[in-house]
Design a protein around this ligand. Structure first.
Ligand code: SG4
Ligand code: ZN
Length: 263
């Protein structure tokens, strides 16, 4: 409900505080998507994702989330279509989640938060040759967001969950191969919202075309509990801190239009 979302925002303490949250531009993320203000755009095409599980390489705890990283030296795992004019290459996916099931997602739909949110990060390989170049360009990145709800155990996710204890601490890394990220997409990827935004962590560059899936996926409470057993801290640190509430505070929409691919 709207009330519990507001409560969630005032009670949780994001990792890095907003004064650090430069650039204060006009297209920052994440945002609340107000369904009745979103505009159906019949020009929006279906999204074409093509992922090759052989490009999956490793899992890395970077002290803010865990990243499942893909080989992005060729166009083997890509997304195009939808709102995108170019082809974008998958480089990694990661999640944001809460300390409990009442919050955790970065985006919300009509103020409704979800326990977690998946981000599949892609960069424009038609226009740029490296992620580092794309990340500073306004059409540089495309991130697909998928909400996670608590329900049935997710079979595809379990292979990843089983590997997570190996990256419990910050800066730990484990080989992780042959994981098909398509298994984490909802059944219908043709229904989505899209808007122009930014990265949700520093450098917060306004480079991202966000594609937020209308349908969620279900994971079990136990699977999310394994996410919450990870640590923000490295093995050397005296006081260990659980990796939870790793989302950014929501940002002003500032006159942007959120378009939908569906009515
Ligand atoms: C997470 O913190 C990832 O760990 C970061 O990955 C990622 O940064 C950051 O989120 C922002 O991405 O889709 N939420 S987001 O806007 O992808 C980048 C790394 O630090 C640059 C590699
Ligand atoms: Zn993210």
């Amino acid at each position: 409900s709207a009330c519990s979302s507001k409560l969630a925002f005032s009670q949780v303490h994001p990792m890095w505080q907003e004064p650090l949250a430069i650039p204060g531009g006009d297209r920052q993320s994440p945002i609340d998507i107000v369904v009745r203000k979103s505009v159906f755009d019949p020009q929006l095409r279906p999204l074409k994702v093509q992922y090759d599980p052989r490009t999956c390489q490793q899992i890395w705890n970077n002290g803010y989330s865990f990243l499942v990283e893909y080989d992005d030296t060729t166009d083997k795992s890509t997304v195009k279509g939808g709102p995108l004019e170019d082809q974008f290459r998958l480089c990694q996916f990661h999640f944001h989640w809460g300390e409990n099931n009442a919050w955790g997602s970065e985006h919300s739909i009509d103020r409704r938060l979800f326990p977690a949110e998946l981000h599949l990060v892609h960069w424009n390989s038609d226009k740029y040759s490296l992620f580092e170049e794309a990340v500073i360009e306004e059409n540089g990145l495309a991130v697909i967001a998928v909400f996670l709800k608590i329900g049935k155990r997710h079979e595809g996710l379990q292979k990843l969950v089983d590997a997570l204890p190996a990256v419990r601490h910050k800066d730990s890394l484990v080989e992780f191969t042959k994981f098909d990220p398509a298994c984490l997409l909802p059944e219908n990827i043709d229904d989505y919202w899209t808007y122009a935004g930014s990265l949700t962590t520093p450098p917060l560059t306004e480079a991202v075309t966000w594609i937020v899936m209308k349908r969620h996926i279900e994971v079990s409470h136990d699977q999310l509990a394994v996410f919450r057993s990870l640590l923000f801290t490295s093995a050397e640190e005296q006081v260990q801190r659980s990796m939870v509430n790793n989302f950014r505070v929501q940002q002003a929409v500032k006159g942007r239009t959120v378009r939908s691919s569906f009515t």
